[in-house]
Design a protein around this ligand. Structure first.
Ligand SMILES: NC(=O)c1ccc[n+]([C@@H]2O[C@H](COP(=O)([O-])OP(=O)(O)OC[C@H]3O[C@@H](n4cnc5c(N)ncnc54)[C@H](O)[C@@H]3O)[C@@H](O)[C@H]2O)c1
Length: 251
């Protein structure tokens, strides 16, 4: 699998799935931009990568703010000379049933999960088009198929799937691939913020009876990021222990 010397920007990589993706790509030889809105977390992950003998910089930016996103990609270009791989991983959840869902909870989840993916993809594509090379990997969720209590989150993640498919078509002529991973329940800090009732609901139909690990998602990201995946675009891969197969039966 060839990722060596590629430059990868991983959003929200100060924690959870993004942290493991950033570290996996670095281990495979990529130079990594560790982005997070939380500068302490981004700095910690960057320091871990450098300590392990690989290259990384930390960039604090909120992916839902266009000027911060553009500055982040300028910093990446200045530090490493190119931008090859973008993993749109930054995400938040604010789960409530429809009647309790506030406008603010709707707006913030859509802003980070969906608008952030758009802004980062647009900024990265400007560099990738020039290079005639790019890999954009979006982290959606199995929830995009629908799940009670997750209207804002599921809609944002469904939007990420539509964005993936559309950008794959728009960017194919520049040899930029755009693919998507839809994780099931993964053991990360975000998962532990979910209310007990939501967790019980999520575990109700879990074919393997277990929750996944961030490394399971990183493995999928490595596949899409590799040079060899040049003919794979517009695809969504579920890494969810089979839950996507059951989802329409279990709600
Ligand atoms: N954990 C799961 O069960 C699960 C399942 C399906 C999909 N996902 C998705 O995987 C991705 C990673 O989730 P996780 O579980 O690792 O969560 P996490 O909370 O552990 O990590 C998310 C990171 O994103 C950062 N972040 C939040 N808002 C940001 C912003 N505006 N700009 C930049 N960074 C920001 C946070 O500071 C945090 O470090 C998310 O997109 C999430 O929706 C997670």
């Amino acid at each position: 699998m060839s990722i060596r010397n590629r430059v990868a920007v991983v959003t929200g990589s100060g924690s959870g799935i993004g942290e493991v993706i950033a570290k996996s790509l670095a281990r495979e030889g990529a130079r990594v931009v560790v982005n997070d809105v939380n500068s302490e977390q981004a700095g910690r992950v960057q320091a871990d990568i450098v300590k392990a003998g690989y290259e990384a910089i930390a960039v604090t930016a909120d992916v839902s703010k266009q000027s911060q996103v553009q500055d982040m990609f300028k910093t990446a270009q200045t530090a490493f000379g190119r931008v090859d791989i973008l993993v749109n991983n930054a995400g938040i959840a604010k789960d409530r049933g429809l009647m309790k869902l506030s406008e603010a909870d709707w707006d913030s989840v859509i802003a980070v999960n969906l608008k952030g993916t758009f802004l980062c993809s647009q900024a990265a594509a400007a560099y990738m088009r020039e290079q005639k090379y790019g890999r954009i990997i979006n982290i959606s969720s199995r929830a995009w198929l629908g799940w009670p209590g997750q209207a804002n989150y599921a809609a944002s993640k469904g939007g990420v799937v539509s964005l993936t498919r559309t950008l794959a078509l728009e960017l194919a002529k520049y040899e930029i691939t755009v693919n998507c991973i839809a994780p099931g329940i993964i053991d990360t800090p975000l998962f532990h913020t979910l209310p007990e009732e939501a967790v019980a609901n999520l575990m109700r139909a879990q074919p393997m009876g277990t929750i996944g690990k961030a490394a399971d998602i990183a493995y999928g990201a490595e596949f899409f990021a590799a040079d060899e995946s040049n003919y794979v675009t517009g695809q969504v891969i579920f890494i969810c222990g089979g839950k996507s197969v059951l989802s329409s039966l279990s709600v």
